[in-house]
Design a protein around this ligand. Structure first.
Ligand code: ZN
Ligand code: ZN
Length: 364
């Protein structure tokens, strides 16, 4: 018998080593002996893996807003789903999920404060499940459900859909009719800056005498004097959709909250469609290609990791989880409430100037 080849064994082990989502899951497993942290991480990772509520068959304003957006990749994703294919859900580790959750909670905090002030308009959902109410309605800061009088309400933000026009769908963090402003709440930490404004982060990173890199957080926070470019584009897309839907908004108010010291800032940005016209043009190309067999949109970089099947295939092999789009139709993974007959359909609201102040029954 030949002696075992340590090189081959090492290669075999490497091939079996999980990466991506699987790796994160295995990492959580290592904490099995911990009392709370490990089991909780496993719970969060597995819950995330099962969550297919984010629609993949439309264009998200958040993806359009980023500098590296590839319209071709978005086209390919939607085309694949329309052809009955599956989509690859991006796998995140626990730390990323923890960051997202923190963002959600900061949203919730500000929305609750605006609700308490009586100024927040949007979609509300009744959580009175014992009475099986499930009512969904639009109102400014309601105190109870118009259907069952329950005070157990949840803010469902401001759904903004221009699916019919350009396949774009998203939701703003809030709308305050008194000042005609859509709201965006953003938490800013080092990760945000690395992603959104690397130059600003660099400008406030200093080398110490012994060669360490230190970030001057107070100066960095002070140095943020306008919303980040991607946040501005996102806000302008929301304003554009709001106008189509008859929501009377002419500006976006951004509340930035620092993760370094919980400092807060406000920025007000008026409507400026010029900023997003190229993005809307790209969305039009995607729609034309999908609905009218127009030419496939080109990758702005002549091929990138988002649109090259080869790199996508590689990513898949490296442990990203593949999720089915649902029983033959990508539509089945819309949020549950959307499938109930209580949601205001955009067709129903189009043209009629929605009066935000009046609570209105959502009819489907
Ligand atoms: Zn109710
Ligand atoms: Zn590309």
């Amino acid at each position: 018998m030949a002696p075992p080849d340590p090189k081959a064994r090492k290669a075999r082990r490497a091939a079996l080593r999980p990466t991506g989502g699987l790796k994160a899951f295995a990492d959580a497993k290592r904490y099995d002996e911990s009392l709370v942290l490990g089991p909780t991480q496993k719970h969060v990772l597995s819950k995330e893996g099962r969550d297919l509520s984010r629609r993949q068959d439309i264009i998200h304003p958040s993806e359009m807003s980023h500098g590296d957006w590839c319209p071709k990749a978005t086209y390919l994703r939607i085309k694949n789903l329309r052809d009955g294919g599956t989509f690859t859900k991006e796998a995140f580790g626990f730390q990323s999920l923890n960051i997202f959750q923190h963002g959600h909670e900061v949203h919730h905090k500000w929305q609750t404060w605006l609700w308490q002030r009586g100024v927040l308009w949007g979609e509300w959902k009744c959580l009175n499940n014992e009475g099986q109410c499930n009512w969904s309605f639009y109102a400014t800061a309601p105190s109870q459900c118009p259907n069952c009088d329950s005070t157990n309400l949840e803010y469902a933000e401001v759904p903004l859909s221009a699916e019919e026009e350009l396949l774009i769908e998203g939701s703003a963090d809030g709308f305050v009719p008194d000042i005609q402003a859509l709201m965006e709440f953003k938490t800013v930490g080092e990760g945000t800056l690395r992603f959104e404004e690397p130059e600003l982060l660099k400008a406030h990173t200093h080398k110490t005498v012994d060669g360490k890199s230190l970030v001057d957080y107070p100066a960095l926070w002070k140095g943020i004097n306008r919303p980040f470019r991607s946040h501005q584009k996102q806000g302008q897309i929301y304003l554009w959709i709001a106008e189509i839907l008859g929501i009377n908004a002419d500006k976006v108010v951004y509340i930035y909250e620092s993760k370094f010291n919980q400092g807060t800032k406000e920025f007000v940005v008026q409507r400026r469609q010029k900023l997003i016209q190229p993005l809307l043009d790209s969305a039009q190309e995607i729609k034309d290609a999908l609905d009218h067999d127009g030419p496939v949109p080109e990758c702005p970089r002549g091929g990138c990791k988002h649109c090259e099947p080869k790199s996508a295939e590689k990513e898949k092999e490296s442990g990203q989880e593949t999720a089915s789009a649902g029983k033959g139709s990508p539509r089945t993974d819309r949020p549950a409430a959307r499938r109930q007959g209580t949601v205001v359909r955009r067709q129903a609201t189009r043209g009629d100037s929605r009066t935000p102040d009046k609570p209105r029954r959502a009819d489907g």
